[in-house]
Design a protein around this ligand. Structure first.
Ligand code: GRG
Length: 287
């Protein structure tokens, strides 16, 4: 597992390092884009795309542009999320946030550049299902997915109520960009529609589990390990899973969602070992 994780992470990291942006590397915009893109991170989303593709007999090279592109979209979302108009954070991945270093205007542009260039990268794929996979990522990233979830989060869940509201936000804000690499990776392999549906179910549950754990880590995590300021949810009285049901019950929900994610992979048998362990390991993550 550890070796496979290193292999996937190295592939994503190398693909991101290789990217060139239009104005050249000395340009301020490119520097701002690279600053956040290459600041580390678990590369969870990239790994999911590569592992899903290989699990269903695909060629990992077909999924690599998507793995890198989804990490670009993720990096853009973090840059914009940290802006003063959003979460107003000054630390991310253990470094000053993008706008602290480059100013707000350049940070907005760096995010815009990463988002748009991600689609340029994906559009160059040679696999016959490239367009299907690209559409999946677009739906996950935009108003139907992550951006829509962020908007709901800003309005504290309206028009939903209670835990359902929190779950709807989790599914959209975080879950969509965790499900999309799994589904895209499968589309870029030899997966059947039924297998893709199983992957979608896995991603859906993993996404909710991931966000519940993120909320818990905001309460009990270690700032140095997380590389960002913690305790903001309580300070801002945000509607999170632990705030609604308490920490213990939130852990139980995270385990429940993880088990549901693992169960969804049953049809893949032993080929799903990596994605199964990845989900289980998320329960003990510290960053
Ligand atoms: C501003 C368009 C826009 C969207 C914001 C994803 C998001 C929506 C906001 C990020 C804020 C946040 C902390 C969300 C919780 C889940 C999450 C995405 C955590 C960070 O992801 P990790 O832990 O980060 O995978 P690394 O650094 O490991 O890549």
């Amino acid at each position: 597992m550890e070796q496979q994780m290193k292999r996937y992470k190295a592939m994503v990291e190398e693909a991101l390092e290789r990217l060139t942006f239009a104005e050249g590397l000395k340009d301020e915009l490119c520097s701002a884009m690279r600053y956040s893109l290459l600041a580390g991170g678990k590369r969870l989303r990239g790994m999911l795309a590569l592992a899903a593709c290989e699990m269903a007999g695909g060629n990992v090279q077909d999924a690599l542009p998507f793995a890198a592109a989804i990490e670009m979209i993720h990096a853009y979302s973090l840059i914009h999320d940290d802006l003063p108009a959003m979460d107003n954070d000054t630390m991310r991945r253990g470094k000053p946030t993008n706008h602290v270093v480059y100013g707000e205007a350049m940070a907005i542009l760096a995010g815009d550049g990463l988002l748009t260039d991600a689609f340029l990268l994906m559009s160059g794929g040679a696999h016959p299902r490239t367009l299907d996979a690209l559409r999946e990522v677009a739906r996950a990233a935009g108003s139907f997915g992550m951006v829509g979830g962020q908007a709901l989060d800003m309005r504290q869940g309206a028009p939903y109520e209670g835990l359902e509201a929190v779950k709807a936000i989790h599914r959209k804000k975080t879950g969509c960009l965790i499900t999309a690499p799994v589904v895209a990776g499968l589309m870029l392999s030899k997966a059947t529609d039924q297998q893709i549906a199983c992957g979608r179910e896995y991603g859906k549950h993993l996404g909710v589990a991931f966000q519940i754990i993120d909320d818990l880590l905001d309460l009990v995590g270690d700032e140095a390990k997380m590389g960002k300021h913690l305790g903001k949810d309580v300070a801002e009285e945000k509607m999170t899973w632990p705030a609604m049901v308490g920490q213990e019950s939130a852990w139980e929900s995270a385990k429940y969602e993880t088990n549901a994610a693992v169960k969804a992979l049953e049809p893949f048998g032993e080929k799903a070992a990596f994605l199964r362990t990845l989900a289980q390991d998320m329960l003990s993550r510290v960053n």
